[in-house]
Structures are given as C-alpha cells and as structure tokens.
Design a protein around this ligand. Structure first.
Ligand code: ZN
Length: 393
C-alpha cells in the first residue's frame, strides 16, 4: 500500500513536468477530454466495424467539424469477409477526410497525410448475457481526439503544404481504410510527401517516460530533428521498422508505397484490446504534451523547403519481438528472412560476424550494409545453431 501511494505521488510530480502551464493548454486538454470521453463512451459502443456505434462516431466527428465551419469528404468503400462467397460486398467502410489547403502557392500542390483510425472492436455479447463494450479509449480515441485537435489548429494556421487529415476505419480488421486510400488515393499519390499516424498515444507512462516513434523511409536528419524537438521529460525512441509493432497500423501501407511514414505510440499495456481500455486510465498531461509535440513536428516538416524522398535502408524483411534477443516474430512474405528460411521463434545472433544481441543492435548492424548485399546469417532454432546466406532487401 505504501508503495502504491509513493508511486502515485511520483507520477504526479513527473507528469507535472510535461505540463506547459498556460490557459491554451487547459483548453486543449479540455477538448481532448471531451472528445475522448464521448468517443470511448457507452453511446459509441466501442466503434466496431459493421456496428451502429461506428456510424455514431463518424457522425460525431463530422458534426464537430461542421460546427466550426470545416467540411469533410467521405471515402466509402466495400469490404468482403475473407471467407465470404457473396459477389456483393459484405458491407462498407468509410474514411473521413478533411483538407487544409497549404498557404504557399508554390508548395500547396504537395500533400502531407495525417491519419488516426476511428474504429475499434465494438461490442460483443457477454458470457452469461448482456453486452461487453470494448471502449478503445487509448486504441484509438486518443489518436482520434488528437487528430481533431490538429485539424482545429491547422485550419487557423495552415503550413506551406496541403494537409490531408484522414480518420481511417477498418483498421482493426486489417488496415482496410489506409490500404484502400493508398490504392484509391483522393489526391495524386505522387504528391504525398510524408505520412504521420497517431495510434494509441494516451497511455504515456511517466515512469518509463518513453514515446515510440516508428520512422520508415525518413531521413536520419529528420529523425534526429524529431527527437531533438521532444518535450522535456519525454524520451523519444525510434524504431525504423523492425519491431513487432512497426507494421501494425495505418502508416504501414504508406511506407510500403515508398512514402516516408511515421507512427507515434505510447506503447502496449495490459488493457490492450480488452474492455478495460477506458478513459479513466488516460494520462491527460501526456496526451496533451504529445499532441503539441506532433503539432510542432508537422509544422516543421510540412513547412520545410524540401522533404527528402523515401530513404531505403537495408532490411531483412522480418519483425522482431521486443526484448534482449532478436527473436523473430514474423517474416514478411517474399522477404529476405523468408528466403533464408527463418521462422517465427528463431533467434538471430549474427549478420556476417557482427553480433546482434537486441532489436536496437539489429537496426545498428543493418545500417552498416547496403540493400542488395549478400550476408551470412547465424541463428538458433531450438538451441541448434543454423547458418545461411541472405540478400538484404
Ligand atoms: Zn487496436
């Protein structure tokens, strides 16, 4: 009990560092709270794909914008269940899009996409009767509320390039909204210079004080700048696309289409995809600080004279589990790791003679090589040492 009390007091002090004490902060935090409380409330019933609650959430977002004179565009698209034999679609998803025209006539034909998924797991019948709501406060009412706030801010303060804000749906069923937008873009896809994704940014842990920043195809200089802009008391850890979470949200289809993309994330927790992901567990100071940080980052990035093209960095085509070893979580279809015969659970130990003891090590060692290099991989499978060659992709 004493430990809990001490820990709580410590949280109050540490999260206090993140507050940028000013009235505007209070207003911003108030709006984030209001939007999130409604989006993750019982009325929206978990915003499930194919369920009425998601339509209510879509209406809420559209009406909130309408009240302040912001127009939205709906991109409606069909879905088919993977086991469906119907020729007709089994249903429809909708992406909700807001455009903020850039203020520089030379640069405003270029776009920056900022996205957050609106859908979550919805409601399911409970064992023993009744309904269980998966509120999805962190996942992803947090990113949605932050996105709405960014729309409000940029409507009044447009940067040089045009911003496209997209509330994706179908994410929880397989990134359907972002995949559809990338294959049916509402603007010329070549004009999209960069993508920012907000998914689960509400559970900033004041003890660890880490915000994960997955950056795919971004230049090292841009990554360094982003890290340097981090709020006081927050350490921004980059993942350049080799972790278990790196391909698990809406930025991934953009990166796969060679659009530099990044993803802000406060990390996985024990309420993840459970009915207990509720608003009372949100770190409001953390969410407020992250929203403002992302805003500074977008302003800097969308306003700069030149945005670097997608930077290819050597890759093994696999995701690894977090931890002290490089344990394979998933090999990508058609990738180097698959061709080399690696499977889930294998522990990669060396690339040529360079030891890779952790996922961070793996990123560092991969950067010593170039795409197309033929390398020797060593790994352990059930304590048996294996070795083969692979070509870095
Ligand atoms: Zn989720």
């Amino acid at each position: 009990m004493l430990f809990q009390l001490t820990r709580r007091a410590f949280i109050a002090v540490i999260s206090g560092c993140l507050v940028i004490a000013a009235k505007t902060q209070d207003d911003l935090q108030g709006r984030l709270k209001r939007d999130m409380t409604i989006l993750a409330g019982s009325e929206m019933a978990g915003r499930g794909n194919g369920q009425e609650g998601l339509n209510k959430a879509i209406d809420y977002v559209i009406n909130s914008y309408k009240k302040i004179g912001i127009e939205t565009e709906i991109q409606r698209f069909p879905y088919h269940f993977s086991n469906s034999k119907n020729e007709e679609p089994d249903g429809y998803f909708s992406n909700v899009i807001v455009t903020v025209k850039g203020c520089d006539p030379e640069l405003n034909s270029q776009h920056v996409v900022i996205g957050a998924h609106l859908d979550h797991l919805g409601s399911r019948p409970s064992y023993g009767g009744g309904i269980t709501i998966y509120h999805g406060a962190d996942d992803n009412a947090s990113g949605t509320a932050a996105l709405m706030e960014l729309v409000r801010y940029y409507q009044k303060n447009p940067p040089a390039r045009t911003l496209l804000f997209i509330h994706f749906t179908g994410e929880e069923w397989g990134l359907h909204g972002s995949k559809y937008w990338v294959s049916h873009p509402t603007v010329d896809i070549k004009s999209v210079r960069f993508m920012v994704n907000l998914d689960m940014i509400g559970r900033f842990d004041p003890i660890k004080a880490v915000l994960t920043f997955t950056a795919m195809g971004m230049s090292p200089e841009a990554i360094a700048k982003a890290k340097a802009m981090a709020p006081k008391g927050m350490s921004v850890e980059t993942d350049r696309g080799t972790s278990i979470f790196a391909n698990a949200s809406d930025h991934a289809p953009f990166a796969a289409n060679n659009i530099p993309a990044c993803f802000f994330f406060t990390g996985i927790h024990s309420d993840y995809h459970r009915p207990t992901d509720t608003v009372d567990k949100i770190n409001w100071n953390g969410l407020t600080a992250i929203t403002l940080y992302v805003q500074r980052f977008i302003t800097e990035y969308a306003g700069r004279e030149d945005i670097p093209e997608f930077q290819y960095r050597p890759n093994l085509g696999m995701d690894s589990e977090p931890g002290r070893k490089v344990r394979v979580w998933r090999v990508h279809q058609g990738g180097s790791a698959e061709a080399a015969g690696l499977k889930q659970g294998d522990i990669l130990t060396h690339i040529n003679d360079k030891a890779v003891g952790s996922p961070k090590d793996l990123e560092r060692v991969l950067d010593l090589f170039s795409r197309g290099d033929r390398v020797k991989l060593k790994w352990d499978r059930d304590r048996i040492r294996m070795e083969t060659e692979a070509v870095l992709q």
